[in-house]
Design a protein around this ligand. Structure first.
Ligand SMILES: [Zn+2]
Ligand SMILES: [Zn+2]
Length: 210
């Protein structure tokens, strides 16, 4: 079965996930947004071999530990090309929001696209392009779980007032996510987990649509 280990990192309390095949201990990292050494320690503790790092989008709080992990784990880093510009602007964005300097995050090794399959050992997650919060936002879905980044949260949805935000695109992305089966778990970029069914029934964002 698929294993999920969550580590809450950085000043914005971002959920970083180590997702792995509990049988062969191969896995991926989603959204290493900070606290690289804690993430590495967790990977070592679980004994997982990491094949790749994915960012659900390129806001700094989801990518700040990428370079350290990539160096240590010798693995690829992938995002959707729609967030290429945001990734380049990480230092500027950190200066603006947190008031300190960080180096540039290195360019991704490859880009993911809608429908692409992501190997997690013997399991597969599928890439859904879910723009709105950012142009290149993705969700990784499969095996009864959806990693939704900052698109869908328990009881709320992502902001669209930041650079590249698009409220209409976000609405479409939310509807796509909510067409997944009710019992599927939602693992968002911040805050607690939920399920597709609960969000379809209770998420206030859906009630705000005329
Ligand atoms: Zn974000
Ligand atoms: Zn975030």
């Amino acid at each position: 079965m698929i294993g999920i280990h969550r580590i809450v990192v950085g000043p914005l309390r971002t959920n970083s996930y180590i997702v792995y095949d509990a049988g062969n201990l191969l896995g991926i990292v989603i959204d290493p947004g900070g606290d690289a050494e804690r993430i590495l320690e967790a990977i070592r503790g679980l004994g997982i071999e990491i094949g790749a790092i994915y960012a659900t989008h390129a806001h700094f709080d989801h990518v700040l530990a990428v370079d350290r992990l990539r160096e240590e784990l010798s693995c690829k880093f992938l995002i959707h090309s729609g967030d290429e510009r945001l990734l380049k602007r990480v230092p500027e964005s950190v200066r603006k929001h947190l008031g300190y300097n960080v180096p540039r995050v290195a360019d991704p090794d490859a880009y993911v696209e809608e429908g692409q399959l992501v190997d997690v050992g013997d399991y597969e997650l599928r890439v859904l392009h879910t723009p709105g919060h950012t142009p290149g936002g993705i969700s990784l879905v499969g095996e009864g779980v959806a990693f939704t980044g900052d698109t869908l949260f328990a009881g709320s949805v992502g902001r669209t007032d930041l650079e590249g935000g698009d409220a209409v695109a976000l609405y479409r992305s939310i509807l796509r996510l909510l067409s997944l089966p009710d019992h599927w778990e939602v693992r968002p970029g911040h805050g607690k987990r939920t399920t597709i069914g609960l969000e379809r029934a209770q998420n206030p964002f859906l009630r705000s649509i005329p």
